[in-house]
Design a protein around this ligand. Structure first.
Ligand SMILES: C[S@@+](CC[C@H](N)C(=O)[O-])C[C@H]1O[C@@H](n2cnc3c(N)ncnc32)[C@H](O)[C@@H]1O
Length: 119
């Protein structure tokens, strides 16, 4: 599915070791707070720009991407972090999530659901 997304200026937020990032097409940027994760990602992603930084304070100007992608990150955030992340991501462009973390299991008191369509 990720590989079927049209090539674009795409930001992968919390890209980790870059496995999913490697399936994105276009001008790819990954950001993660972990230098160790990025070290592995750099070996895997020779063409992507990789930035160490905080997903909740993205160090990019507004509308600098056509698409913001994130996987296995949003479900780990608490409500205040989610709101901040969404605000940051939307300012940078479209948002597409992939998340395998059952939210109710993480934070039973904060069950909510967002459906974000890539359009
Ligand atoms: C479960 S991993 C997911 C990695 C990748 N997206 C994937 O699906 O393989 C979560 C990642 O989020 C990163 N992370 C957690 N909080 C972050 C933050 N505030 N800003 C940037 N990265 C963060 C971690 O360093 C870790 O690499």
């Amino acid at each position: 599915m990720i590989g079927s997304l049209p090539p674009s200026r795409v930001l992968d937020v919390a890209c980790g070791t870059g496995f999913l990032t490697s399936h994105l097409r276009g001008e790819v940027t990954g950001i993660d707070q972990s230098a160790r994760m990025l070290e592995i990602a750099r070996r895997r992603l020779t063409d992507a720009r990789l930035v160490e930084g905080d997903a909740l304070e993205l160090p990019f100007s507004d509308a600098s991407f056509d698409r913001v992608f994130s996987a296995h990150f949003y479900g780990h955030l608490r409500a205040s972090g989610r709101a901040g992340f969404l605000a940051e991501a939307v300012r940078r462009r479209r948002v597409r999530f992939g998340d395998s973390v059952p939210e109710a299991r993480c934070f039973p008191d904060e069950i909510d659901r967002y459906i974000v369509i890539d359009s």
